[in-house]
Design a protein around this ligand. Structure first.
Ligand code: KIV
Ligand code: ZN
Length: 445
């Protein structure tokens, strides 16, 4: 098997991510997050934009001082004051990088910067030279690269390569490009910019069209070897490429993306959770890889398949990304198979006829409450049998245990005739013997 090529992961959660409304982090919060990014295995942490505020300067300084394995990058516009401030903040870094940027699109040059293309070329060259005089590792980004004239973009890149840049990043600043076009741009740069083969080409995609991860992967296939991304895909406007999506695409589809990263994927969910805890901003439930529903199933057909073999509806295990387990959510779309499993987990086993009865009540209730919790299931069982139920040994024990009485440790009673799932010598037939295995697929979806 041929060796897979190594892709560097440049995490900008603490810079581009933090710039987004609602995500601002103070020094201690950035430090906590940076330690987690280190555990996750990212290659580069962009810790902040030191000229932006005294607080951000101190945050970059603290991260640079404490987090020793990854490269620590600081952002600077192409001007002396920014670059010197970035370098000051990085003073104690084990592996510092100055990341300097200047827009190259005519829209930005004319309306924002109000400089000519010639001035842009000179400013970019001077900034990279200055950064290089301070720091061996210099990254240059032509902001709004994907809307820049490609001849001019190549000219600027050639100038910064000559000036000593070690990485050139090609930002899709406004999330405008599409995979095929972005890949072509990377190929054009590789063919036309003299000396580019000595540098790392990086990609930085925004998600305005929901294409940030797809664009990043297309660029990697075209020769880019660094991906800039964020945890949970946070970032300006619709966000940046999501780190977990890019990394897991290479893990799940090595046949199409034969690339390797240094990411410990089991740390993806803990990283996402920590970011949510620090910022107080929840992730959308259906967010790929780390969203609450990413490993949750409610549809009866899906639950039936999952119970029989998780490969039917999951392309990666929850454990591989640090999610504790798959969740089968009971709701109006659930089938009898999932209900039977939940009953078993609660300590009850029923015949098919008994389960059919409970299932009928279950569907009525599900229409009202949307998500059917364990306490609801227990109530349905109790209602069907209408008499005091016997407590299982485990349940009786939980009564005296600390936390008894909470939703998960509540006392589970057993219906007369119902058999505990793990009880030996059960006379009860299994709920779904082989000849009925299609039942739940066809019924109750
Ligand atoms: O989106 C962008 O262009 C940026 C640059 C500063 C790299 O964030
Ligand atoms: Zn950006």
């Amino acid at each position: 098997m041929s060796k897979r090529e190594r892709i560097k992961i440049f995490d900008t959660t603490l810079r581009d991510g933090e710039q987004a409304p609602g995500y601002s982090m103070n020094k201690d919060e950035k430090l906590r997050m940076a330690r987690q990014l280190d555990r996750l295995g990212v290659d580069i942490i962009e810790a902040g934009f030191p000229i932006a505020s005294e607080g951000d300067f101190q945050a970059v300084q603290a991260v640079a001082r404490e987090v020793r394995r990854p490269t620590i990058a600081a952002l600077a516009r192409c001007c002396r004051e920014d670059i010197e401030r970035a370098w000051q903040a990085l003073g104690e870094a084990a592996h510092p990088r100055i990341h300097t940027f200047l827009a190259t699109s005519d829209i930005h040059l004319q309306h924002k910067l109000r400089i000519s293309r010639r001035q842009c070329l000179e400013q970019a060259r001077d900034a990279v030279k200055l950064a290089k005089s301070l720091c061996e590792d210099v990254e240059f980004s032509p902001e709004d690269a994907t809307r820049s004239d490609s001849d001019f973009l190549c000219q600027v890149l050639e100038v910064v390569v000559e000036a000593g840049a070690t990485t050139v990043n090609i930002p899709d600043t406004v999330g405008y490009t599409v995979p095929f076009e972005y890949a072509e741009l990377i190929q054009t740069i590789r063919q036309r910019v003299r000396g580019i083969e000595r540098l790392v080409i990086s990609v930085h995609c925004h998600n305005d069209l929901g294409l940030a991860a797809a664009n990043s992967l297309a660029a990697v296939a075209a020769g880019a070897r660094q991906v800039e991304c964020t945890i949970n895909g946070i970032g300006e406007r619709a966000g940046n490429a999501s780190l977990e999506e890019v990394v897991m695409a290479t893990r799940v589809r090595p046949d199409r993306y034969p690339y390797e990263t240094a990411i410990t994927t089991e740390q993806l969910f803990p990283s996402s959770q920590l970011l949510t805890e620090i910022t107080g901003v929840a992730v959308q439930p259906n967010k790929a890889i780390i969203g609450r529903n990413a490993f949750a199933h409610e549809a009866g057909i899906h639950q039936d398949g999952m119970i029989k073999n998780p490969l039917t509806y999951e392309i990666m295990t929850p454990q591989s990304v640090g999610v504790p387990s798959t969740r089968l959510v009971l709701g109006k779309h659930s089938g009898r198979h999932a209900l039977a499993l939940r009953c078993e987990q609660l300590g009850f086993q029923f015949s098919i006829r008994e389960l059919d009865e409970i299932y009928r009540d279950f569907i009525v209730l599900a229409d009202l409450v949307k998500t059917v919790e364990d306490r609801h299931v227990l109530e349905l069982i109790r209602k069907r049998h209408q008499q005091p139920l016997y407590k299982s040994a485990a349940a009786a024990q939980s009564e005296t245990a600390p936390g008894a009485g909470t939703a998960d440790s509540r006392v589970f009673d057993r219906a007369p005739g119902a058999q505990l799932a793990n009880e030996k010598g059960s006379e009860q037939p299994r709920l779904f013997p082989a000849e009925h295995e299609q039942d739940d697929y066809l019924w109750g979806v």
